[in-house]
Design a protein around this ligand. Structure first.
Ligand code: ADP
Ligand code: MG
Length: 394
């Protein structure tokens, strides 16, 4: 019996297209003797679709035609129901497209990588690959992530954060606070975006205003960081869970300008859509052995304190002036699942997916041992017509 894997991708996220690439690469690598793959594409509207056409990259050129030729589907938020249903009702009620064993999320960004989708899957109680709600949410929000890392003694670049309400209410107060804390140049980021979307450096107050206004078009939470002028970016992937995790080889992604842009990440594959695989990179990173071990150690520590699971990529910034190393961010569903880093580290893509799926089943079994109902019934001794008065949460 093959394992039925629902590969979820797309999503209501600015990284929808990147996710298509990650998903297709992943599905191409999977062992068909072992897995039956059910591709599930979440359109930008939030509607879910399935169909064999989803496996062909060129079909995405005309999205309208692509979706019209697919079957719209849904899952019910009901614990224990692992079926994928056709949205259009059949003659005899609900029509089951597939009964899934496990979900492999290959989505990126908001509504996808931030715990939203993981919450849906947790409610359904279906085993799924990767981080749970807590780790996804903490990993996605650059502010929460930094607060947790700082609290765990992991170095992060100095920053100041605020809500867009504060910005709209009194921008001078926000600007003063940023300038008091940080010296120019700074870099402004929406706290929860990805793929460099919404991010701009600022070298003076006027640029800062523009950059914050721009970031606020994407999010309510904004983070301003000290811009490291002479930086080397180093990325390292971690695979495993809290108990047992390992770090991959390190890479240096190459950028064309001051910051690594969306184009640097995805558009440099000579016109071929290869997602993060098309980033120009130095692999392994040409850094010292001490730096490599420090980065690997910090990567595993970051993975653990954020309670991650599956495969993540932790991105570092090395300040070339004082040689300090900081954790910049974590990607809990990394582009191309970081397969190129694992392949280089001796774990080919099919083996990577095998490990991820095994881990999803193991976590699900473990969750089954935890108590969710201890058999109490506070209503047992109530008399007729009792009121809620003294009952309720204390
Ligand atoms: N503090 C910083 N100093 C200098 N450059 C930075 C800093 N933070 C980010 N960058 C640049 O901006 C890029 C995108 O920022 P990042 O925090 O990785 O956001 P994203 O989640 O969009 O990838 C980085 O890859 C790097 O090139
Ligand atoms: Mg990044």
């Amino acid at each position: 019996m093959k394992i039925k894997v629902g590969v979820l991708f797309g999503g209501r996220s600015v990284e929808n297209e990147i996710s298509v690439v990650t998903a297709l690469q992943t599905m191409e690598s999977m062992n068909r003797d072992k897995y039956e793959i059910i591709p599930i594409y979440i359109a930008k509207t939030g509607h879910w679709y399935t169909g064999a056409r989803l496996l062909e990259l060129s079909n995405y050129k005309d999205m309208k035609a692509q979706l019209a030729a697919c079957t719209e589907v849904y899952m019910r938020p009901v614990y224990g129901d692992h079926c994928l249903y056709e949205t259009r009702p059949g003659l005899f009620g609900r029509k089951v497209v597939a009964s899934l064993d496990v979900i492999l999320p290959t989505l990126h960004g908001t509504n996808c990588e931030d715990g939203t989708l993981q919450g849906v899957l947790a409610c359904i109680g279906i085993p799924f690959v990767g981080c749970d709600v807590l780790a996804s949410a903490n990993g996605m929000d650059k502010i929460t992530m930094k607060l947790i890392l700082q609290g765990s003694g992991i170095p992060v670049v100095d920053y100041h954060w605020f809500n867009d309400k504060a910005w709209y209410a009194d921008r001078d107060a926000v600007l003063d606070a940023v300038e008091k804390r940080l010296r120019y140049p700074v870099i402004v980021k929406p706290a929860n975006s990805g793929s460099s979307v919404g991010i701009r450096p600022a070298h003076d107050r006027a640029e800062l205003i523009e950059a914050v206004d721009y970031a606020c078009t994407f999010t309510t939470r904004v983070i301003v960081e000290k811009l490291v002028e002479k930086l080397k970016e180093v990325n390292c992937s971690v695979l495993g869970n809290y108990e047992d995790c390992e770090a991959s080889a390190c890479e240096v992604p190459m950028r064309s300008g001051e910051i690594l842009t969306y184009d640097d990440k995805y558009m440099r594959g000579g016109g071929k859509s290869k997602g993060m695989q098309s980033t120009k990179r130095e692999l392994p990173a040409k850094i010292s052995d001490e730096e490599t071990s420090l980065i690997k150690e910090l990567a595993c520590k970051t993975f653990r304190v954020l309670a991650c699971d599956g495969v993540a990529r932790i991105d570092f910034i090395k300040d070339e002036e004082d040689r300090r190393i900081y954790v910049n961010e974590i990607n809990t569903i990394p582009g191309s699942l970081s397969n190129y880093l694992w392949d280089f580290s001796g774990v080919p893509f099919p083996a990577l997916v095998d490990r991820l799926i095994d881990q999803a089943f193991a976590r699900s079994r473990e969750a089954g041992f935890k108590v969710t109902d201890f058999g109490g019934n506070i209503f047992k001794h109530l008399g007729q017509g009792a009121k809620t008065g003294k009952l309720g949460k204390k």
